[in-house]
Design a protein around this ligand. Structure first.
Ligand code: ZN
Length: 292
């Protein structure tokens, strides 16, 4: 079993009502990333945010954040690029990440590919209503083929995201086609009660994916729970050889008090130690995933 890769999902588009420790500004993101690295994370995933927390799409801000992150620690950098730019031409969504890859100071180590399209209407189970009724996150097969090629040519590691079995099957087909190299880094996004596109954050929700994976393929799999608590699955993931992506972007983690992202990462690292599995450094993670 490989060492445990821990990825910090530090902010997404989370507010600060439930936990004020969500980092928004470039300086806060870089500081939070360095603290997560010190606590055991080898990858940090972030979304650029404006001063008031609103989504920020300016490529110059992404460049600023990645420069700060590379300068403050050796953590591997994983920016968003997909759902944040729903109005962009799909083939263009990757362009700024590809352009920034030419400079070591602004280089992303991973580029995410969500392996299908989905309804992204958030649901309120208490009020029994959807906040929106027409939001589609569109990833055509052609767009994904373009991403697979462009990311590979830029020397960035494909971060292959699957929300349901259809996405997982699409990822495996891309492997069969030779579009995604092994080892494949395949991350299962389980979802909470407010976003229904993913499998629920239960052992059964995760096992449905795991049962699909062919034994003769080199796949390193990870798990996050967007909008839900991943802690109940942490021991299962650690003992079954998976990797963990977790942070305040997904859930306030009030189960741990009012933690920072680094506190959440430290908790996962402690579970790994208790269960006898070593935690991967950024260099270990590069080696496990055969990154350049
Ligand atoms: Zn994200």
């Amino acid at each position: 079993m490989s060492k445990l890769i821990i990825e910090a999902r530090i902010n997404e588009y989370a507010g600060r009502g439930a936990n004020p420790n969500v980092p928004w500004s470039p300086a806060e993101i870089a500081e939070d990333a360095a603290q997560c690295r010190a606590a055991g994370a080898s990858i940090v995933h972030f979304h650029a945010r404006a001063e008031d927390g609103a989504p920020e799409h300016d490529p110059a801000v992404y460049a600023d954040i990645m420069t700060r992150m590379h300068a403050s620690s050796d953590v591997l950098v994983h920016p968003t690029l997909g759902a944040a730019t729903l109005d962009a031409v799909p083939e263009k969504r990757m362009d700024h990440v590809i352009a920034l890859a030419g400079d070591p100071a602004t280089r992303a180590d991973f580029a995410p590919m969500d392996m299908g399209s989905a309804n992204l209407d958030y649901y309120d189970p208490a009020a029994k209503r959807f906040h929106t009724t027409d939001v589609i996150y569109k990833n055509t097969t052609g767009t994904l083929q373009h991403f697979a090629k462009a990311v590979g040519e830029a020397g960035i590691k494909h971060y292959v995201v699957t929300w349901n079995l259809g996405f997982t099957r699409q990822a495996l087909a891309f492997m069969d086609m030779g579009l995604l190299p092994e080892p494949l880094f395949l991350v299962f996004v389980l979802t909470g009660d407010n976003l229904l596109v993913g499998h629920p954050g239960t052992p059964e929700g995760l096992d449905a994916h795991l049962q699909m994976l062919p034994a003769d393929r080199n796949i390193e799999w990870g798990v996050c729970n967007h909008g839900g608590d991943l802690l109940p699955l942490v021991d299962k993931i650690i003992t079954e050889g998976g990797h963990i992506a977790i942070g305040l972007g997904d859930h306030p983690y009030s189960e741990l008090g009012q933690p920072t992202n680094a506190d959440v990462i430290a908790h996962v690292a402690e579970r790994a130690k208790a269960l006898g599995r070593e935690v991967a450094s950024p260099q270990d993670t590069r080696s496990i995933l055969a990154m350049s």
